[in-house]
Write a protein that binds this ligand. Structure first.
Ligand SMILES: [Zn+2]
Length: 210
């Protein structure tokens, strides 16, 4: 029996209008099927009555909700007041649906500078590996990138950047979860990964690998 290795997959840019076969629901049903969890960083202006059921389903299976700003513009182009507004509006929208406010955030385009880190009063979760699913990757390419990270011995405790609106991502997740579980991996939220590693996530701090 191999030792359990933890990894946190993260999915940005949802929620999507609910449909049984949406890319988001394909991803979530895969997590449900295998009893695993992940973190979803929500784009505030995409939260509405049509997309709320996806968020509630994610919460019901133990997934974590994060803040990905309201309009998804690089915060480096915003004033301090605009940044605070982006975060607050998204936090309120998430809390309105789920009853709890997000504790983590992901910067749009991972764009930061000193003003951004001084202003954002959340732990900012970057990634230790990028699936590059946003860059027209095929399902096979996404799978290969993750398996290359695994082969390099860098998947344990990794934070993986993915996006929920792509069918290629959904198909890759359907393959990767059972395949990596066979290799001893378990999939957890970013907060759980931090906890298991004894890391107390701090506000105004950017995290890649834990
Ligand atoms: Zn994004």
């Amino acid at each position: 029996m191999e030792k359990t290795k933890l990894v946190a997959f993260t999915f940005d840019d949802g929620p999507l209008p609910y449909a049984d076969d949406s890319t988001a629901m394909r991803i979530l049903k895969t997590y449900e099927k295998y009893g695993q969890t992940a973190t979803f960083f929500y784009w505030g202006e995409r939260i509405n009555d049509a997309s709320a059921p996806e968020m509630k389903f994610a919460q019901s299976i133990g997934c974590e909700a994060g803040n990905h700003t309201f309009t998804h513009c690089p915060l480096t182009e915003k004033t301090v007041e605009e940044m605070k507004d982006e975060l607050k509006k998204t936090s309120d929208a998430v809390e309105n649906v789920l009853g709890v406010a997000p504790k983590l955030m992901r910067l749009p385009y991972l764009a930061s500078n000193e003003t951004v880190t001084a202003t954002v009063d959340y732990p900012m979760i970057n990634c230790s590996a990028d699936s590059r699913d946003w860059d027209n990757a095929t399902t096979e390419e996404i799978i290969q990138r993750i398996m290359d990270v695994e082969a390099a011995g860098e998947l344990e405790n990794a934070i993986i950047l993915m996006h929920e609106p792509y069918a290629t991502t959904a198909a890759a997740v359907e393959y990767l979860i059972p395949t990596l579980m066979e290799k001893g991996y378990r999939f957890v939220s970013v907060s759980e990964l931090a906890k298991q590693n004894g890391v107390e996530l701090q506000k105004h701090t950017i995290y890649g690998k834990l």
